[in-house]
Write a protein that binds this ligand. Sequence first.
Ligand code: AMP
Ligand code: ZN
Ligand code: ZN
Length: 424
Amino acid sequence: MELPSACLNYTLAVIRRIALGLLIALAALGCGPSQSLPADRAIVILISIDGWRWDYLERFSPPTLSRLATEGVRAEGLIPQFPSKTFPNHYTIVTGLTLAHHGIVSNNMQAPDIPGTFSMSNRDVLADPRWWGGDPIWNTAERQGKVAAAMFWPGSETRIGGRQATFWRDFDDDLPNHERVSQLIEWLKLPEGKRPSFLTLYFSDVDNAGHRWGPDSEQAREAALRVDRSVGELVAGVASAGLTERVNYVIVSDHGMAALSLDRMIVVDDYLDPATAEIVDWAPVLGLSPKDGDVEKMYAALKNQHPHLHVYRRDEIPAVYGLAGHPRVAPIVGIADEGWYITSKTETDRWLQHERNSPGGTHGYDARAKSMQGLFIASGPRLRRGLILKPFENIHLYNLMCAVIGIEPSKNDGDPAVTAGMLR
Ligand code: AMP
Ligand code: ZN
Ligand code: ZN
């Protein structure tokens, strides 16, 4: 059947109008052929809000982070590596490597071939490059001609693989958040060529409040809103530097937070004399080395003694944790169930004396526990708009950030396919 030509023209005009409308709608969603920023001009600011549990975004409605999430990509959770602690996870985020591959297997550890005990407060030991494997993204970027800057990040103070970011600061948790943001903006205001394309920023308030008062406390909410204001200050600073069209924010946390209770304490003194062991790590993952070298005796004293403490010899750690036999793992490891805390009589006595009804919160548990999931928001001109994803592992972020600034990632354990759909 033939259509009269006036009718055909009208039909074509309607189809054209619908197609145009669709294109505009798709572009607004960030999935159309929009004028996206070329990678070589893109800047990534990687922000860590330590201890921000996955559900704080909805529970506390922080205005700036909520807006960035709406305008960008967010995940319902970010899955950490085990143990869900600060140093191992921050270093996975910037290398894309498992703990066994990058070597930072805990916040506190010892190695057969490196002197001293690695711990967050032991600056001289942290500065030894032998601890730090892999290629952190600031080095990947600088090797490919970009400039990088770290406003705090585990590993950023150490020369790893013979190099370091051009700009970095000695860790000082007393440096007010406002000054951290100002420093970052100062770096961003440098002239093209000197200006970093990859920057980090770190906040500890939310983790501190979660430990002291627990994840459900008013103090945790206040800390979250305080950090949100600092992120707001940063976004305003980026605008004043005229860089809004180039900056992509990748906002993460290293882990979540679980509430503790005085009813869920595992007191080591009940099973052994703490003086007979070198206790490298405490809670919720115990790392023990018997001073007399008798691993079997100490193992037998702890094994199957408490229903919420799972005790393993180094070689027996379940495969799901990926750490079995690792030389930096203590000879005996005890893993507490979610919400259980491993402590000493001295510490519990102190709590009781101070009449603290709530021992607050902690993390470090099995990464499959929902409470251990963290935050993921990615927002900016290289990223899609209005996308909400299921939780994924933090191991994939390195490839994503490399793709945003257009650098070739070093060998890593992430899968670029997991995050490829986030890019415009
Ligand atoms: P965690 O309890 O595992 O979440 O550790 C959190 C603590 O790590 C924070 O309170 C900071 O004081 C500390 N921290 C974070 N980044 C660094 C760093 N680059 N150097 C030393 N300590 C750090
Ligand atoms: Zn942390
Ligand atoms: Zn913490």
